[in-house]
Design a protein. Sequence first.
Length: 392
Amino acid sequence: MADPIYLDNQATTPLDPEVMDAMLPFFHEKFGNASSIHHYYGLESKKAVEKSRQVLSKSIKANKREIIFTSGATEAINLAIKGVAGTFSKKHHMITQATEHSAVLDTFKSIEKKGWDISILPVNQNGEVDPQDVADAIREETVLVAIMHANNEIGTIQPIEKIGEICRGNNILFFVDACQTFGKLEINVRDMKIDLLAATAHKLYGPKGIGFLYVCQKDPKVALEMQMDGGGHERGYRSGTLPVPLIVGFSRAAEICIQKREYEYHSLGKFRDLLLNGIKDKHSEVILNGNIENGLSHNLNLCFPNLEAETIIMKMRGIACSAGSACTSNSLEPSHVIKALGRNNELAHSAIRFSVGRFTTQTDIKKAILEINNVVSFLKSKREKRIKKTFQ
């Protein structure tokens, strides 16, 4: 049996072969600890780390010293939010919005239990937060606003520039989860007035287990409380031996994404549109979650009314897709993102996310359309027969 068609690129992406080639020497020949700066092997690894740090910082118009390597986005998010909270002796106020990733919402819940006041802002039917709502929620004791760049389930892109202006004008730190946009959309942390930003490699054809946190060091100079004690690595922000192969892979993945960014963004949008139109031509009742005009080009999230997403996915053995975020896929609860759009529980349980990627082909999309339509038609027919039998 052939491997299923992979349409879950927002959960993770396959490693680009060029990224693997860049990483391999650092697993064997260039194996030194980047902190062992008194001999050749360590210096060689340190040089590779600093070159990678330069590439990643340049990609968001930051300074090299402002990039802190972490084990991934979840750690970066925790370091940003808890790190800011830890610098205050008194409990203050932070703001986020309802469709954030669970890594952000759960981190906010953890500091809320410690006495912090948290405001969670609503979004409109397309998943967009209103910058005016952010401005209206700010209080004298507000110290941080956290708004993701683009949503991991529905692809909605938030008005980051406007929110950044509001935060800067009120002397409030602005944190952005850019996991779904780093390498795909242009990011300028200076122009966007971003003070803290999290990204991870495995969303852009890089390795799992490596991410970074951008921490602004000038106007404002952001202070964070260390969350991991140890050897004081990463200028004291994050202790732990650096995974040199992963860092090298991260920077190479970013380089490739930036080189291909414009072409890929448009080509993936064509695949997304082909998939959407192919499904709607057969099943016009499907509901789009998010907004095509203001959404990531590789994302397609659809509700299939009167059907269960889990049932559809189980029947589609030839397609790999998801019913929501990979980080909450074990939960029986409907997606908090889809619910925040105003969908009821039944509709939320029918939502499926398809996400195309660099290695998706037009043949993949055509085969996927055929299988999706056949499975949905079968389940609709089965439901209709069950209803008819009930009323006989």
